[in-house]
Design a protein around this ligand. Structure first.
Ligand code: 5GP
Ligand code: ZN
Length: 113
């Protein structure tokens, strides 16, 4: 836990968030500035700043599996969805607590911007 980390504060429920799913390892909540009809952030409870500093395969794998489960629950699995992890400045990472974006409900473009 990092005292001054925004997402650790959401994990501790010090800051409100629209929770979508949670278990003992991970939580998922709606992005405050959604970029698609469905935009959920899936994060570990443990503070890991970015993918570049991650080493726990299960911690990372659980984020993908929770995103896939939410995609099914939210009804976008069949039509399709995108999961994205921005890492460090050039990729646009702004919150340094590792998180997987789950985006769905509209067509996605490739390559991403
Ligand atoms: P990044 O740019 O680091 O990949 O993604 C950070 C995401 O966190 C952004 O999409 C941003 O809208 C979202 N975000 C930032 N602050 C908050 C907040 O206080 N609550 C929620 N739910 N999302 C936030
Ligand atoms: Zn944190």
């Amino acid at each position: 836990m990092a005292d001054d980390c925004l997402f650790c504060r959401i994990v501790r429920k010090e800051i409100p968030a629209k929770l979508v799913a949670e278990d003992e390892h991970s939580i998922a909540f709606r992005d405050i500035n959604p970029q698609a009809p469905l935009h959920v952030l899936v994060i570990p409870r443990e503070h890991v700043p970015s993918l570049d500093q991650a080493g726990d395969a299960e911690l990372l794998g659980r984020l993908s599996l929770m995103a896939a489960e939410i995609a099914r629950t939210e009804g976008v699995a069949a039509s399709g969805y995108r999961t994205v992890m921005n890492t460090n400045a050039a990729a646009g990472q702004t919150v340094f607590h590792v998180h997987l974006h789950l985006l769905g409900g509209r067509a996605m473009h490739w390559p991403p911007g």
